[in-house]
Design a protein around this ligand. Structure first.
Ligand code: AMP
Length: 249
């Protein structure tokens, strides 16, 4: 079995994001960039399937600027076998990414594509679903457990009020939820080894995919600042304030 894992380069989840003064987007200059956390979970799941003898090859793919090579090297250091960078300077929207991924799927013929459920920069949560629709493949979204038996996958999904278990034939598109696994850290020897693993660079034009954005971001704003709290001296004062100032009683 061959597994394709799309990984996106995003601002690290620990970074405090600042909106640009002109409200056109967020400040990314000199900001630490990392692999989207849900994609780390996807890479980890693919590696576990390989370690369990269920998969032979893991291919990581990223669509983005040249710097996305670092994200792919992280995936290689974790345990992916090779990587594909589809270079573009355009902002990538989910439909464009899904079309690029469809083109890669046609070239590579994977049995399973594992994506993150959502990229933490755009919060779209659309790419996996769009890719499944474009390919006409079944999709298992927000998965918290994945078992592969021959040509069949059994998937557990966390839904409101419980767990849902579904089954789907391969090839399949799956998107990871937070509790699927805990991704490993790449060891130093594996980081060194990853430098020599194959990384192919393509462009969207070579794949004949138009990645021109269809949406225009009109403005990005910081959330409103929260008003500070006050310390009250007694329960009576609390009740009085809730009644007369906050209007909640
Ligand atoms: P989104 O639909 O933008 O929230 O992204 C969902 C998932 O699609 C991510 O977790 C990635 O697995 C994948 N993805 C989105 N954008 C890219 C990209 N530019 N390169 C590689 N994978 C991506």
């Amino acid at each position: 079995m061959k597994i394709l894992v799309p990984v996106k380069r995003v601002a690290d989840y620990n970074v405090r994001i600042h909106v640009k003064a002109d409200e056109t987007g967020v400040e990314l200059a000199n900001v630490k960039m990392s692999m989207n956390p849900f994609d780390e979970i996807a890479v980890e799941e693919a590696i576990r399937l390989k370690e369990a003898g269920k998969a032979e090859e893991i291919i990581a793919v990223s669509i983005g600027p040249g710097e996305a090579e670092q994200t792919l090297r992280t995936a290689l250091a974790m345990g992916a076998d090779r990587a594909i960078l589809v270079k573009t300077q355009q902002e990538t929207e989910p439909l464009a990414v899904a079309k690029v991924l469809r083109a890669i799927v046609k070239r590579e013929n994977p049995d399973l594509v594992i994506l993150g459920k959502q990229a933490i920069d755009d919060d779209c949560g659309q790419t996996g679903q769009m890719l499944a629709a474009l390919l006409g493949w079944p999709q298992a979204t927000f998965i918290s457990k994945l078992e592969i038996d021959g040509e069949q996958a059994t998937i557990t999904r966390e839904i409101d009020g419980g767990l849902q278990t579904i089954s789907a034939p391969l090839p399949l598109v799956a998107t990871t939820d937070l509790r699927l696994n805990e991704p490993r850290y790449a060891s130093l020897p594996n980081i060194m080894k990853a430098r020599r693993k194959p990384l192919e660079t393509l462009t969207a034009e070579e794949l004949d995919v138009d990645v021109t954005p269809r949406l225009e971001v009109l403005k990005v704003q910081e959330p409103p600042a929260r008003a500070g709290g006050v310390r009250v001296e007694s329960v009576d004062e609390l009740i009085d304030r809730l009644k007369n100032e906050a209007g909640v009683l």
